[in-house]
Design a protein around this ligand. Sequence first.
Ligand SMILES: [Zn+2]
Length: 339
Amino acid sequence: MLERGIGLPPNYDTNAPLIETVRVSHCPVCGSDHRREYAHGFDYEIETCRNLWTFFQCTECEAVWIDPRPANGELSTIYPPTYYAYDMSEKLPAVILKGKAMLDRIKLAGITKRMEKKPTSYLDVGCGDGRYLYQFAERGMSRDRIYGMDLPSPALPKLQSDGFRVWAGRVEDCTEIEPGTIDLITMFHVIEHVEDPIAVMRKLTEWLSPGGVLALETPNTDSIDRRLFSNGWWGGLHIPRHWTLFNSKSIGRAVEKAGLEPAGIFYQTGHSFWLHSFRHGLRYNTVLPMPKLAEWFNPMKSRLPLMAITGFELLRRTLGARTSAMLVLARKPGGPPVA
Ligand SMILES: [Zn+2]
């Protein structure tokens, strides 16, 4: 199915292609077809195509999904080679990378602190350049018990030669992991990209050891930045690469459907969603577009706005706000009793 590209916003690449799409008429989480229109928009972030995309919200479980979505044959169009995180270290200044590494360490410590036993095996789905794999190796975990999974990229052979267990491909197709063997799986900002989130989570449940923990991070649609930019500029939509979006209710439903027990939601800083939202609003609004000022909010280039908004988000989190990035912990039943 080919959608018409209509009403392109100012400053948008008019030569971007129209891409093939497929319908998704039912909620990917609960299967309901009761829904309401939620948001519309274009690929504001990288302008890979000129389709106008629509999101719907399920009136049963509150999950949000894109319909139609890009066809699988268009993945190389919507994920151009410049997209991937593995070359992030070349794009960002050293001070920002150091700050990110510190936040990563705090995040992993927060996850392992909440586990009943110290993990002895680890898998990161969407491992990118392997930054979390190296952190577990530094903590003393044996590299042949550390797995990384991602779509094929130049970063993966390097991780393999550094002694990690690497799978280049989709979760659904992986045959390299024995069921019941992984104590901790992290999956940061992946579940919102996949075709069938429940099928992916079920596969992860199968790999977890009894009492093992899945920690996944995904955008939260119940956040003030989403409400402020509800027209489609919200960075968390990441149009058209985010296919299913959650709030605390719908992610709880998904976790239970996958055979896991919810074990808490912890809110992280949503700084990049704020920055993208501001950038999209400044660049693409029809009243007074300001493309030069907009670039000041590009998270790949900005320093001051990035630091200011990260500080603002850390403060909000301390005050108990539900930010636009949620870290969801879920446990596989059958482990030792909770102390
Ligand atoms: Zn639903």
